[in-house]
Write a protein that binds this ligand. Structure first.
Ligand code: ATP
Length: 488
């Protein structure tokens, strides 16, 4: 990360804390690594992103329904899904500093420094080699790649590495009071399995016909070894996932469909398209047909925010095998090639999986702006403004009486009462108006309304727009409509 991007990232992290978006968990005890709490504005923003995703996926797609499965699941779930045996990352330790690295992160970090030095081609070759070796799980050669390129530990500065080993990322705990092996259960490392095990319950009760999807949002837990970069990589985080069940043979079409549809969703939040790119996976799980990441240009460079995966019938077939319960769907549609119904089959799945916290960081990173303003007299001023899209902003409207007297607060309260059941409003009468505007800019409030003495006479108020800072006088009874128009 360049110093400039690093400074920007640090500024965003400080801002997030200072303005009540994100706090370190258990801060008074010096925090818990890679675990975070969301504050008053953060929890609003997070909820708004989740609701926006939920609405786009379920309400806007008639063939997608939601569920809310428990975090704890029968332990066999994780045997069947492959997580017990395979949910691990290749790690390498530096023998001198004892610092542990994820192999891909170490190599990617090294490639980044090459790029910064202008050795772009070398960096690209290195990443290609890494992808190929990870795909083959050739850990001896991967170590050779690290040692051969003289990649050093950032703490010890040495190249004294252990062999590469695998570490499982699942947290386990005990169910009930008996502490033998059989009672070990896991905190789910993804929400998807709650969808797979409920596939038939949902299909039957909601009378879904293929193709259809099941959506879910909820907490997931991973014992990330290298947890850093703020809320980008957490040990407790939230996912928003959708599994789309399709007839075998149509998965290529649906994979393309969801790849495009999900990028459209991102762009619908007004983020510049140049800040996104697809990254197609070279290393595919043995059951996967295709997979890609949607990457965003975070302050620390392009990184994954969402994954689109064509997963074949792997998950349902595994659950069928382990549970000995049929996971089949009866397709009454007629196959034009044979003239007969498609009949029973285990559906194929295309999955879209996005991290809510990562999306939150994306919104913060994209919104954060330090502006220098030139005043009419030529002097300069500055403001920090969060250009959060109005539809997900924590507070939509700030209602600010110019003074605390002369009946202005009463008038302001009237507007508050008219609007607060429709969208989140904020009322404040303390401090100079300029100061109050700045505070609203800092939390990303798109509209501020000032009530002054003229308001009492002619019923008009001043509305101020966050991004342009333009102000206009409008009738107070139009405010609710103006805001509603902008937030849907
Ligand atoms: P990464 O390569 O960054 O570890 P992944 O490929 O393991 O991510 P998936 O298993 O595909 O991630 O999970 C889907 C989404 O969940 C990711 O795109 C990301 O947004 C989010 N996610 C995964 N792990 C974390 C984490 N530790 N903290 C926050 N979000 C996460």
């Amino acid at each position: 990360m360049s110093t400039q991007s690093d400074n920007r990232f640090q500024a965003i992290i400080s801002h997030a804390k200072e303005y009540g978006f994100v706090f370190q968990s258990s801060e008074i005890y010096d925090g818990l690594s890679a675990v975070y709490d969301y504050g008053p504005y953060g929890s609003e923003l997070k909820k708004n992103i989740r609701d926006y995703w939920w609405k786009s996926m379920t309400q806007m797609h008639e063939n997608i329904v939601g569920i809310d499965a428990a975090i704890f699941m029968h332990p066999t779930t994780w045997k069947a899904s492959g997580h017990v045996d395979n949910f691990s990352d290749p790690m390498i330790d530096n023998k001198d500093s004892k610092k542990r690295y994820r192999v891909d992160h170490l190599i990617e970090g090294f490639a980044e420094t090459l790029t910064e030095k202008g050795e772009t081609q070398k960096a690209e070759n290195l990443l290609q080699q890494m992808d190929a070796l990870l795909a083959k799980e050739d850990y001896a050669e991967l170590k050779e790649l690290i040692v051969g390129n003289n990649m050093k530990c950032s703490v010890s500065g040495t190249c004294n590495w252990t062999d590469i080993r695998q570490f499982n990322l699942m947290f386990d705990t005990k169910l009930g009071s008996v502490t033998d092996e059989a009672d070990t259960i896991y905190l789910r490392p993804e929400t998807a399995q709650g969808i797979f095990v409920n596939f038939l319950n949902v299909q039957k009760t909601a009378r879904m016909k293929i193709p259809f999807g099941i959506a879910q949002t909820g907490k997931a837990f991973r014992n990330e070894i290298v947890a850093r970069q703020f809320i980008f990589r957490m040990r407790e985080f939230e996912q928003m996932e959708m599994q789309f069940f399709v007839r075998p043979g149509t998965e290529g079409h649906w994979y393309q469909f969801w790849k495009e549809e999900r990028l459209k969703w991102h762009l619908s939040l007004g983020v510049d398209a140049s800040k996104y790119r697809y990254h197609d996976h070279v290393k595919l799980a043995h059951y996967a047909k295709e997979a890609c990441d949607i990457e965003f240009d975070f302050p620390m460079g392009f990184k994954e925010v969402e994954g689109i995966h064509s997963r074949s019938d792997f998950d349902l077939s595994q659950h069928q095998q382990y549970s000995k319960k049929k996971m089949q769907y009866f397709d009454a549609d007629v196959d034009t090639a044979t003239g007969k119904p498609y009949g029973n089959y285990v559906p194929y799945v295309v999955e879209t999986s996005i991290g809510l916290d990562r999306m939150f960081l994306l919104i913060l990173s994209n919104a954060y702006d330090e502006e220098t303003l030139t005043k009419e007299d030529g002097s300069t001023d500055s403001r920090v403004v969060m250009h959060i899209p109005a539809k997900i902003a924590p507070i939509k409207l700030a209602i600010l009486p110019l003074t605390k007297k002369d009946g202005l607060p009463e008038l302001a309260r009237e507007l508050m009462n008219e609007c607060k059941s429709h969208f989140r409003c904020f009322y404040e009468e303390k401090d100079a108006i300029g100061k109050r505007y700045r505070r609203m800019d800092a939390i990303g409030t798109p509209f501020c309304v000032t009530i002054d003495h003229q308001s009492k006479e002619d019923g008009t108020v001043t509305i101020r727009y966050r991004d342009t800072m333009q102000q206009e006088r409008v009738p107070m009874n139009k405010i609710k409509e103006i805001v509603l128009q902008q937030i849907f």
